[in-house]
Each structure stands twice: as structure tokens, then as C-alpha cells.
Design a protein around this ligand. Structure first.
Ligand code: PEP
Ligand code: MG
Length: 583
């Protein structure tokens, strides 16, 4: 079977499917034969725990509401002994080597199919009770240990198939073991897609029903450039994919020579190319890719991997210092936590709003959680003593927030001085990623030391297109005239005030868009390390003066398609379709 969705991280990966649903709450994979006995034991243990719990519930209900109300739980206890459930799941584990959770789900699906055929409505309703028992069994399976520990000894390479990848799952996985990943949700600027490109793992997003279509253990071949996903490919398909894999490797090798070359345009305009990274451990990869500076360190990934409580000032100080030291004398730009409430234990009067994308997020959340913010700022200011470091605030919507954040930096510096520490001067910058910040860029430029344009969010909020929603990914147009104008507005505001302005959103890695950005006078970019050699190749073949002329025409164009045609004709004369060399 071949399905095509959105290729979001180029490259070819082939491996056995490991299926993750509900943030690792539901994990499906094939186990090695030696693990069968252990898996049967886990299933038996889950049944034992479930029986105990159900007996307790039944007794409590019988005492409080009368024996006649406890019958439901008697029925659930009987289900634990039904051969069609546990025995069937055990049979599946033995015969097909599926992990216990998957085997239970499969047994439940078989029972559900029978219930669906039942004429009797009462009988059909009992399906819900079986579902309840299966839910309890799965909960007890999970209680037996960290679900992500379970597949540690499953042989790779694996292809991760997930409904959605949460930052905490991403942070826990050992990515060396994954040849590729496929997700039901997401699109190009989805955080896990960004991460995939950053760590060079091929990925396809927005496949919608990948987690139902792809069985655990199935052989999956993923082409992260075209978006093709081959499930249990036949020998011809596999050969075809391997051919693509070889061509991709040759293409990547052809870019190797650019790693060591400086990023400069053909007519001599010096460009700064820096890396976007998510962990201090990524610093060597950035250097290998051909940069000596970090333009965006997404510090919130520390939160995802270590948890809020463990992230004390000293733990952060150690992480930031490690990063700064490993890049010095190159500069490092660290963004303060850009998280939403869902990743932090925030009090939520008025109900759970943790998933609201426009709720407490980025700088708003930092300003609302003073202790956490002060700990981060103190750690950053201390780390700045070890090499050039810049602090950048995410999701700023206007001057008041910048002022409040700057005031918080002053307080952190005072705290440190009171402790007897010296605090070096640290540039304070703003991410321009909220339309109101872009429109007031002239005001912000008066009080910020630098800008970094976050096009991933800026585009989604300017165009009202959710960057994670594959259904509207066609409307996510980086070359929309509104975006071209907004970029010019911000670039001009920074230039007039003489402050540096970088672009750290994903579009900078696209040679076609990069041409426009250079044409608008922008000369600093930050991108996934893997994108750097291609960007250097594009820049070294680009005449900045010509790019300025084409950008001038792009500013007068009326639609995204017109802008795109102008740029593509310029970058690759004769080509008409959108061309993204990387994709
Ligand atoms: C952006 O919004 O463009 C950006 C770089 O930040 P993130 O993708 O982490 O939101
Ligand atoms: Mg952003």
C-alpha cells in the first residue's frame, strides 16, 4: 500500500512500525520472540490488578447503594475470564508477537465486530462495558512501568507512527533508533517536523489515519521529500525506494563542499547563517553543518525533557553554559521558554484552558510565572559570563510586554549582583511573530537590541491558518503579499534603527524564499543545521542586487502565486511549478 501525505523532512527511512497513540498512552509494536513470556506475564499481572480493583469497586457499591447495583461490576469481573478477551489476547501475543496493549486492542476489536452485528440493542450496549474493562486492563499495563521503556530492546530500525507527537514524547525518545516518522496530524512548521529536520530524520505528516492503517511491526518505507509512505512494500516498490535513497544520499553529499565555505552572495554581501537547535547537545551538529553560531535555542525543550520542577536555576545555568562554551567565540541566542500552559502546572481558574493556542503562551506565561522567569533569567545572565549570549523573548505582542520583560531582566541582574556576581551586558531581543509586533516594529526597534522574525507563527497568525492543521496547510502561504509586505515593514524598522534583524522561521531554509529575504535587505538567517549547506549553495549563487530588484517586483505582485512565479523564474529560469530544491 502506498499513501501520500505531506513530506516534512527530506530523506528516505525504512523500518518496522512502532505505533504510538495518545501521547504514548497507547503503544503498539512487535516484540522479539524471547519477549513473549514476559509480555504474557504483563498481561496476567494487568488482569490480576484489574480483578482486585473491580472487586473493591463492586463491594463499595454494594455497601453504599445495595447489591442490585453492583451487578455491573460482577459482569465486568466475568469479562476478565472471558476466553474471547484475555485468552484471545494471549493467543495473539504468542502467534503474532504483538505487545500486550496491541493484542488487547485487537481482541477488543474482534469482540466489537461481533457486538455490532447483534440484533439486540441491550447486547450492543454491553460493548461499552467491555471497552471499560479493556481500558482498565490497558491502564494497568501502563502502570507496570514507563511505556517508552517497553520497546527498548525491540530491534530497529523503527519507523515511528504517531497520532501526534508531544514534546515530552519527543524528548524521551532515542532518535538514533528511528529511521523515519509518520504522523496523523501536523504540517511543515509543526514542531515535531521542525525537530525531524533538525535531527535529520525523514518524516511525513498529516497522513490522518496512519495509526489505523499501519499495523505494528509492518515494514514501512518513508520518503520525507515526496510525502510517500509505502506500507509492506512489494520487492519492486522497495527497490524503487532504495533507488531514491541512493539518489538522496548522492544529492546530500554534493552539498558537503558548501559546509566549510562562508555564506556570501556572488556580489560579496556577507550573510550570517546560524542554527536553530533544541538541545545543548546539538551544538556539534550545528558546527558540522557549517556554522559557528546559534540563532535560536528553543529552551522550552529543556522543560519537555527534564520537567518543570527539575529545571532549577542551577540546572539551567549548567545547560546554557555548556551550550555557550561549546559555541564560543560564536554567539548563542537563547529564547526564553515558549510554552503554553499545557506544559506547566499553572493554576487554571475557570476550567482547563491549557490547550488554547492563544492563551497564556511565551512571554505572557513567563510574565505570569515570575519565579520561573527569574530563575531562567538569572541562569542566562550567569551563563553570559562564559561567552557571547543574547536573550530573546517569544510571542511578544507589543511594547508593554517588552518593557515588562526588560524590567524582569534588570531585577534578575540585581539579584545576581546582590549575590556578589558580575553581570555582563547582554543584548535583549524580540521575536517578531505576532502581527501586532510586526506592525509596531518601529516602536519595538527603539527598545529592543535585535529582532528575530519567527515566520512560522507570523504566517499562521497573519493568515489565520493553524500551522499544525494539515487540512489547511495549502493556505499556509509564506509568499502571500501580506507576508511579503510585513517582512519588508519589519526589515525596514530594524534597518532604520540600526538593530540586527534575523529570520529564524522555517522559510529561511527554502532557497526561493531566501532569495526574497535577501532581496528585502535581510542578511541574517537561522535554520535547522541540516539546511545550512543548501542555503550556502543558494546564497553563493545569488546576486544580492538582482535579488533586490526581484523583491521590488514581488512587493507589487497581487497574489501568492504571482510572487512565487516571479521568484521561481528568477531562481530557476524556465521552471513554472513551485520548486523547493530541498523538498
Ligand atoms: C517561529 O515561530 O517562526 C519560530 C522560529 O518559533 P517556533 O517555531 O518555535 O514557534
Ligand atoms: Mg514561534
Amino acid at each position: 500500500m502506498r499513501v501520500t501525505a505531506l513530506g516534512v523532512s527530506p530523506g528516505i527511512g525504512i523500518g518496522k512500525a512502532l505505533v504510538i497513540k495518545r501521547g504514548a498512552g497507547d503503544l503498539r509494536f512487535r516484540i522479539p520472540p524471547r519477549r513473549v513470556a514476559r509480555e504474557l506475564e504483563r498481561l496476567a499481572e494487568a488482569r490480576r490488578r484489574s480483578r482486585e480493583q473491580l472487586q473493591q469497586i463492586r463491594d463499595r457499591i454494594a455497601r453504599s447503594a445495595g447489591a442490585e447495583h453492583a451487578y455491573l461490576f460482577d459482569a465486568q469481573l466475568l469479562m476478565l475470564d472471558d476466553a474471547m478477551l484475555i485468552e484471545r489476547a494471549a493467543e495473539i501475543i504468542r502467534a503474532e508477537h504483538l505487545n500486550a496493549g496491541s493484542a488487547l486492542e485487537r481482541a477488543f476489536a474482534e469482540i466489537s465486530a461481533l457486538f455490532d452485528q447483534a440484533e439486540d440493542a441491550y447486547l450492543r450496549e454491553r460493548q461499552g462495558d467491555v471497552g471499560d474493562v479493556v481500558g482498565r486492563l490497558c491502564m494497568n499495563l501502563r502502570a507496570g512501568g514507563d511505556p517508552l521503556e517497553l520497546f527498548k530492546d525491540v530491534e530497529g530500525p523503527l519507523v515511528l507512527v504517531a497520532d501526534e507527537l508531544t514534546p515530552s514524547v519527543i524528548a524521551q525518545l532515542d532518535w538514533q533508533r528511528f529511521a523515519a516518522f509518520v504522523t496523523d496530524a501536523g504540517s511543515w512548521t509543526y514542531h515535531s517536523a521542525i525537530l525531524a529536520r533538525s535531527i535529520h530524520v525523514p518524516a511525513v505528516a498529516g497522513m490522518r489515519d496512519a495509526t489505523t492503517l499501519i499495523a505494528p511491526g509492518a515494514l514501512v518505507a518513508v520518503d520525507g521529500a515526496s510525502g510517500d509512505v509505502f506500507v509492506d512494500p512489494d520487492p519492486d516498490e522497495l527497490e524503487h525506494v532504495r533507488g531514491r535513497q541512493q539518489r538522496r544520499a548522492a544529492y546530500e553529499q554534493s552539498l558537503d563542499e558548501y559546509r566549510a565555505l562562508p555564506p556570501v552572495t556572488e556580489d560579496g554581501v556577507q550573510i550570517r547563517l546560524e542554527a536553530n537547535i533544541e538541545s545543548p547537545d546539538d551544538a556539534p551538529r550545528a558546527k558540522e553543518a557549517g556554522t559557528d553560531a546559534i540563532g535560536l535555542f528553543r529552551s522550552e525543550f529543556l522543560l519537555a525533557s527534564l520537567g518543570h520542577a527539575a529545571l532549577t536555576e542551577s540546572v539551567q545555568f549548567e545547560a546554557y553554559t555548556r551550550l555557550v562554551k561549546s559555541m564560543a567565540p560564536g554567539r548563542v541566542t537563547i529564547r526564553t521558554f515558549d510554552v503554553s500552559e499545557s506544559q506547566l502546572p499553572v493554576e487554571q481558574p475557570g476550567g482547563d484552558r491549557s490547550r488554547a493556542p492563544l492563551g497564556l503562551r511565551g512571554i505572557r506565561l513567563s510574565l505570569a510565572m515570575d519565579d520561573m522567569f527569574q530563575a531562567q533569567l538569572c541562569a542566562l545572565l550567569r551563563a553570559a559570563a562564559h561567552g557571547p549570549l543574547r536573550i530573546m523573548f517569544p510571542f511578544v505582542s507589543g511594547l508593554e510586554e517588552l518593557r515588562a520583560a526588560r524590567a524582569a531582566v534588570i531585577r534578575a541582574a540585581e539579584t545576581l549582583r546582590a549575590r556578589g556576581e558580575t553581570v555582563p551586558p547582554v543584548p535583549i531581543g524580540v521575536m517578531i511573530e505576532v502581527p501586532s509586533a510586526a506592525v509596531t516594529a518601529d516602536l519595538l526597534a527603539e527598545e529592543a537590541d535585535f529582532f528575530s522574525i519567527g515566520t512560522n507563527d507570523l504566517i499562521q497568525y497573519c493568515l489565520a491558518v493553524d500551522r499544525t492543521d494539515d487540512r489547511v496547510s495549502g493556505l499556509y502561504e509564506p509568499l502571500h503579499p501580506a507576508i511579503v509586505r510585513t517582512l519588508r515593514l519589519v526589515a525596514r524598522a530594524a534597518r532604520r534603527r540600526g538593530i540586527p534583524c534575523s529570520v529564524c522561521g522555517e522559510v529561511a531554509a527554502d532557497p526561493v524564499v531566501l532569495t526574497l529575504l535577501v532581496g528585502l535587505g535581510l542578511t541574517e538567517f537561522s535554520m535547522a543545521p541540516t539546511a545550512i549547506p543548501l542555503a550556502k549553495q543558494a546564497l553563493r549563487g545569488l546576486h544580492a542586487k538582482d535579488a533586490a530588484a526581484v523583491a521590488g517586483r514581488a512587493l507589487r505582485a497581487r497574489t501568492a502565486a504571482d510572487v512565487e512565479k516571479l521568484l521561481v523564474d528568477f531562481v530557476a529560469p524556465g521552471a513554472h511549478a513551485k520548486q523547493n530544491v530541498e523538498r
